[in-house]
Structures are given as structure tokens and as C-alpha cells.
Design a protein around this ligand. Structure first.
Ligand code: NAD
Ligand code: DAU
Length: 364
């Protein structure tokens, strides 16, 4: 498999572009200064943050190629006119936190399934316009999916043709979203591609997730709630590599295909936390073992050779990426302290209150 060659998409709709990975994609794409224009459609949920795009808006040349629309991907009236004006849609928009999908699953179905449906229907309408000669070609649709759709992988690596066995409301909704996208390729001949990325980390990551939560808690000498025995394994991928891989698949991926985006950095959660504490010069005694996440996937690991055959390689090692990330959180306290205000305390109490009350020392 080598891809059908390179295609450029000069006008992009990036949904969820104010989030962690989407904003990195927007910043890096516009910074190439190759004329690409981007419209971001984002609902600005608790996870969306316009500050993530401040660099773009402060640069006159990039700002001229950028437009921000606040809105919901599940709203056809908002989506249709935006899709009508672009060559491709990259859908990053999602409810993305597994723990929140356990507390409140419904929002995940609305955005991660119905939202994808609305975007696909808008692309299908554009395909019909193209067939009538009202536009050059139908837009390409890229669905940003996740390694979690494979479920927990006890040994070996997941390949793109493996069965999907999602086990959380989040991953089940993401699997539904990408299967829907694929069904539009099969049934309607829409030009779709899917990426399945592994655990991503880096600057601008919401402090609800493991790495930024533990960095920011440790800076404040707060306890670090490690689930279960802390021996779960994740494969860590630096955010700029994830965003770059998505751009590569957009331009080079075969229609109808899915591509694993692996990090090549498998670590237990304990190993990650030890490395973080070492970089921050904070003691292991901050770590508390707490009640496990229900249905917690033990391990994710993917084979990345299909994407490699398209000519993609990651650029950032885990040690360098983690050092950059720790440095960024040290230097950008105002950014994350704003997110740990407002509703944060209520979320933190609900998610961690009882867990921390019943926690015990982690031992090394
Ligand atoms: P994030 O939670 O940081 O950002 C999600 C963005 O989507 C936010 O800006 C939010 O406001 C927006 N959004 C949510 N619902 C919306 C709606 N209905 N309409 C419009 N915008 C909406 O997520 P992230 O970590 O940047 O993840 C981006 C994508 O990558 C998601 O699809 C996620 O499933 C996938 N992914 C994430 C990781 C990871 O480790 N972070 C790994 C693999 C795949
Ligand atoms: O694998 C890709 C996925 O990675 C993405 O699809 C998701 O959007 C993204 O949130 C992430 O999911 P995880 O559940 O793996 O990430 P999280 O940061 O929530 O947790 C990473 C590991 O750390 C996991 O084993 C659970 C554990 N953990 C997490 C938190 C928040 C803890 O031990 N304590 C915590 O407080």
C-alpha cells in the first residue's frame, strides 16, 4: 500500500480546532504559509479554548487565512454552508475524556456519533452538487479516531483490519463515528479516510488527562491519583507528530482506508509518572493509588507500518517531548490555572473525592 499520491486541499474546515490536537493542527498548518485557508468550527465546550489559537490570530498573515466559527457539528444549519466552501473536512471535534464518558455518556453520543453523521450528510450534499457540476469535486472527509476502538490489547499490536472491540462509552462512540464514515465511503462513494491515533501528550493538553493533571498537581504539591495498580500501558505520541500524521493522511491517504498513528513509546503509567516527577524534582510520595477506572483498558499498542508506507515518520522522542511539555506547563501557569477554576472543583470532587479519601501509598 503506497497511497494514491499527493493531493492538496487549499480550503479546510477543521472541526474541534480549538481543542488540544486540533489547535496544534491549525497552528502548524497555517505556519507553513503555503496559502491554505482554515475555517475552525468549534462549540467551545469546557475543552475548547480560543487561547489555543492566539498565536494564529496574532499573526496578520495567518489571521488573514483563518476564520473561527462558534457552533456545534450536530447542527446541520451551521455545518452545511461551511462544508459548501471547503475542499476537505478534518473532524477533530469530540467529547474526548474516558472518565467523563463514564460519568455522563450522552454528550458522547451526540457529538462523537450524531455530529459525525451531520458532517457526513453535509459532505454528501456537496457530492451531489459536484455531480451537478456546481462545484469541482466533493470534499474529502477525514475522521480523527483513536486506538481505543480496538479495545484492550493484551499482547501484540493492533492492525487496521482487526476487529473493533471498544469497551468504554467514549471508545464505543468513537468506533460508531468512524464506522459511519466508512459506511459513507462504501454506500455513497464519499472520499473518506480515518486515523487512529495513540495516547497524545504535549502543550495545550487539558489538565483533566493523565500527563497534564499530574504535572500541574505536582507543581502545586497536590496528590497524584493513580488508578488501580498503575501498570496499565499506553503508547505515547507527541501532539505535533499526531497532528502532522493527520495532515499526511489527509494529503496522501487512500480513500476508504484507516491508518494507525502509533507513538512507538510504550510505557506503564508508573513509568510515566516516575519520569515526570524526576523532571519536576518532586517526591514519589505524592502518588496515591486510588480505585480503578471501571472497565479500564489494560494496554493499547498498534502496528504503524501502513502509515509508514505512506512516507510518514514521527519526529519527537518521548524524552524530548516530555521535557518540552513539562517546560511548557511551568511557563504557562496562567493557561492551565484558568482551566482549573470555575467548574473544575466540582468535577474534581466528583471524579476524585471518594477515590482520594480511600487512597493508599503507591510504593515503588
Ligand atoms: P479535546 O477534548 O482537547 O478537544 C475537543 C474539541 O472539540 C474542543 O475544542 C471542543 O470544544 C470541541 N467540541 C466538542 N464537542 C463539539 C461539538 N459538538 N461541535 C463542535 N466542537 C465540539 O480533544 P483532543 O484530545 O484534541 O482530541 C481531538 C480528537 O482526537 C478527538 O476526536 C479524539 O477522540 C481524538 N484522539 C485524541 C487522542 C488523545 O490522546 N488526546 C488520541 C487519539 C485520538
Ligand atoms: O489512546 C487514545 C486516547 O488517549 C484518546 O482517544 C482519548 O481521547 C485520550 O483521553 C486518551 O485516553 P486515556 O484514557 O488513555 O487517557 P487518560 O489521560 O485519561 O489516561 C491515561 C492513563 O492514565 C489511563 O491508563 C488512565 C490513567 N489515569 C488517568 C487519569 C486521568 C490515572 O491513573 N489517573 C488519572 O487521574
Amino acid at each position: 500500500m503506497s497511497g494514491t499520491g499527493s493531493r492538496r486541499f487549499p480550503r479546510l474546515l477543521v472541526t474541534g480546532g480549538a481543542g488540544f490536537i486540533g489547535s496544534c493542527f491549525v497552528r502548524d498548518t497555517l505556519a507553513r504559509r503555503d496559502g491554505t485557508t482554515i475555517v475552525v468550527l468549534d462549540k467551545l465546550t469546557y475543552a475548547g479554548n480560543r487561547a489555543n489559537l492566539a498565536a494564529v490570530e496574532a499573526d496578520p498573515e495567518q489571521a488573514a487565512r483563518f476564520r473561527f466559527v462558534t457552533g456545534d457539528i450536530s447542527d446541520p444549519a451551521v455545518v452545511a454552508p461551511l462544508v459548501a466552501d471547503v475542499d476537505a473536512v478534518a473532524n477533530f471535534a469530540a467529547e474526548s475524556h474516558v472518565d467523563r464518558s463514564i460519568l455522563d455518556p450522552e454528550a458522547f453520543l451526540r457529538t462523537d456519533v450524531l455530529g459525525v453523521h451531520v458532517l457526513l450528510e453535509a459532505c454528501r450534499a456537496e457530492q451531489e452538487r459536484a455531480a451537478r457540476g456546481e462545484r469541482a469535486a466533493a470534499p474529502r472527509f477525514l475522521q480523527v479516531s483513536t486506538d481505543e476502538v480496538y479495545g484492550s490489547v493484551e499482547s501484540g499490536e493492533s492492525h487496521e483490519e482487526d476487529r473493533l472491540e471498544p469497551r468504554s462509552p467514549y471508545s464505543a462512540a468513537k468506533a460508531a463515528g468512524e464506522l459511519l464514515a466508512h459506511s459513507y465511503f462504501v454506500t455513497f462513494g464519499l472520499d473518506t479516510v480515518v486515523t487512529r491515533g495513540s495516547n497524545t501528550y504535549g502543550p495545550y493538553h487539558h489538565p483533566e488527562k493523565l500527563i497534564p493533571l499530574f504535572i500541574t498537581n505536582a507543581i502545586d504539591d497536590q496528590q497524584l491519583p493513580l488508578y488501580g495498580d498503575g501498570m496499565q500501558q499506553r503508547d505515547w505520541l507527541y501532539v505535533a507528530d499526531h497532528a502532522g500524521a493527520i495532515g499526511h493522511v489527509l494529503e496522501h491517504g487512500d480513500s476508504g482506508e484507516a491508518y494507525n498513528v502509533s507513538g512507538g513509546n510504550e510505557r506503564t503509567n508508573r513509568q510515566v509518572v516516575a519520569e515526570l516527577l524526576n523532571m519536576l524534582d518532586k517526591p514519589w510520595s505524592l502518588v496515591r493509588l486510588v480505585a480503578d477506572r471501571p472497565g479500564h483498558d489494560r494496554r493499547y499498542a498498534m502496528d504503524g507500518s501502513r502509515l509508514a508506507s505512506l512516507g510518514w515518520t514521527n519526529k519527537v522522542s518521548f524524552d524530548d517531548g516530555l521535557a518540552t511539555t513539562v517546560g511548557w506547563y511551568r511557563e504557562n501557569e496562567a493557561w492551565w490555572r484558568a482551566l482549573k477554576a470555575g467548574d473544575w472543583d466540582a468535577y474534581y470532587r466528583r471524579q476524585y473525592g471518594d477515590r482520594l479519601a480511600g487512597s493508599h501509598e503507591a510504593g515503588r
